[in-house]
Design a protein around this ligand. Structure first.
Ligand SMILES: [Fe+2]
Length: 348
C-alpha cells in the first residue's frame, strides 16, 4: 500500500485503509474501488491523500498502533462527549484500550498518518493526538495512573472548541479578533470537564493549558517552563504535531519530516525537546508509503523504519538516476547505507 495524493487518484484504483467519520461511518473503506463519486467526495470533504493498493507496493504493511475498532470507538466516545452526552465510564474504558494497544505495540513505529474529513477534525484530531501523546508517554516509561490521566485529558482537550467551530472552520487564517475569541476554548473546556474529570485534576488541566508554551508565549496564562507539568508538555507537542500532519481548512497536511523539523528548530523554545525526540522514536519521520528521492536522483517508496533510527528508513527504489522506471525494484535499507541521503519527500 502507498499514500496517494487525491489530486492524482484515478478511477479503478483500490483504497487500502478505511477513512472513518465522526458519525461512525466510513467515507471510504479498505478494498473499495475508486470511482469519480469517491474522488469528488474526498475533495469535498477536504482530504488531500489516501492509502491505495498497487502491485508494486502490495507487500507493504503499514503499522497502525491502534486497531481500527479502538480508533472508531474513541471517535464515537469523543463525539458523544462533545455533544454533551459522554460518560466518564465509557471514556475510561476506551482510554484503557488505547493504552493497552500502545503498550502492546512494544516499540513499534506508528506508520499510518491521520486521514479524516475536515468536518470531523475536532473529533478525529482528538483521537490521533491522544495516540501520539500515548506513544511519547510509553517511550518515557510513564506510570499507568499518569498515562490514564493523559489519555482522558487528551481525548477531551479541545472539548471547549465545539462552541467556536464556526470561527475556526473557515479557509484562510483567523483575524486577531477571531484568534482571541478562539483562545477562550481552553477555559471553556476546563469548565466543561469539571464533572467528567473531577477525579483527574492533571488530566483536566490539559484542556486549560495545552496551548501554553515553554517560553511563556502561550495562553491562557502565559505559563513558563517548570510551571508546565510534564503531562501538559506532552499534550502540547502531540496536539501541534498532529495538527501539522493533518489536512486543515487553510492548508493541506504537512509531511511528517517537516513537522518534526519545525518542532526541533523554530519550535525548540516552545516545546519540550525531550518529548519531541521521544515522539520521533515512535512515529515514522518518513511514513511508509510516501515517495522519497535520494540525492543521487533515484526515487522510491518508503517500506518502513526501525524504532531507533526513524531518519533512515528502508526504501523500495522504483526509478533510476535518470527518473526512468526500474525493471526490477530494489529495496535499500538506509540505516545500513550511510552514504545515501534523502533529498526530497513527496506524494504521487
Ligand atoms: Fe486547543
Amino acid at each position: 500500500m502507498r499514500l496517494t495524493q487525491v489530486d492524482r487518484l484515478r478511477p479503478g484504483v483500490q483504497i487500502a485503509a478505511s477513512i472513518p467519520t465522526a458519525e461512525g461511518e466510513y467515507l471510504a473503506e479498505a478494498g473499495q474501488t475508486v470511482d469519480r463519486d469517491l474522488i469528488n467526495s474526498l475533495r469535498v470533504r477536504g482530504i488531500s491523500r489516501v492509502y491505495t493498493r498497487d502491485p508494486l507496493t502490495d507487500d507493504i504493511e503499514i503499522v497502525s498502533v491502534l486497531t481500527e475498532s479502538t480508533r472508531d470507538e474513541a471517535m464515537g466516545t469523543v463525539a458523544d462527549a462533545f455533544a454533551g452526552v459522554g460518560s466518564n465510564q465509557s471514556l475510561r474504558s476506551v482510554c484503557t484500550s488505547m493504552i493497552q494497544e500502545v503498550r502492546a505495540s512494544e516499540g513499534a513505529v506508528q506508520g499510518i498518518v491521520p486521514i479524516y474529513p475536515l468536518s470531523d477534525h475536532l473529533v478525529a484530531h482528538s483521537v490521533f493526538s491522544t495516540l501520539h501523546a500515548l506513544l511519547v508517554a510509553a517511550e518515557v516509561n510513564m506510570d499507568a495512573g499518569a498515562m490514564l490521566s493523559l489519555a482522558m485529558g487528551m481525548l477531551l482537550h479541545d472539548i471547549g472548541s465545539a462552541q467556536y467551530q464556526a470561527t475556526i472552520e473557515v479557509p484562510g487564517k483567523l483575524t486577531e479578533l477571531e484568534r482571541e475569541e478562539f483562545q477562550q476554548h481552553t477555559r471553556a473546556g476546563f469548565e466543561l470537564l469539571r464533572e467528567m474529570l473531577s477525579a483527574m485534576p492533571l488530566g483536566r488541566s490539559i484542556a486549560l493549558s495545552h496551548h501554553e508554551r515553554m517560553d511563556g508565549s502561550g495562553y491562557p496564562r502565559g505559563l513558563e517552563g517548570e510551571d508546565i507539568p510534564d503531562l501538559v508538555r506532552i499534550a502540547s507537542v502531540a496536539d501541534v504535531f498532529t495538527a501539522m500532519i493533518s489536512d486543515r481548512y487553510h492548508r493541506p497536511a504537512m509531511m511528517t519530516d517537516e513537522a518534526i523539523s519545525y518542532l526541533l528548530t523554530q519550535g525548540m523554545s516552545k516545546f519540550d525537546s525531550d518529548f519531541t525526540v521521544a515522539l520521533t522514536r515512535r512515529v515514522e519521520i518518513y511514513p511508509s508509503g510516501v515517495w522519497i528521492r535520494l540525492r543521487d536522483g533515484r526515487a522510491g517508496i518508503v517500506l518502513g523504519s526501525r524504532r531507533m533510527n526513524t531518519v533512515r528508513p528502508t526504501v523500495r527504489i522504483l526509478e533510476d538516476e535518470r527518473r526512468k522506471p526500474l525493471s526490477t525494484p530494489l529495496d535499500i535499507d538506509l540505516s545500513i547505507h550511510s552514504d545515501l541521503f534523502i533529498a526530497d519527500v513527496f506524494l504521487n
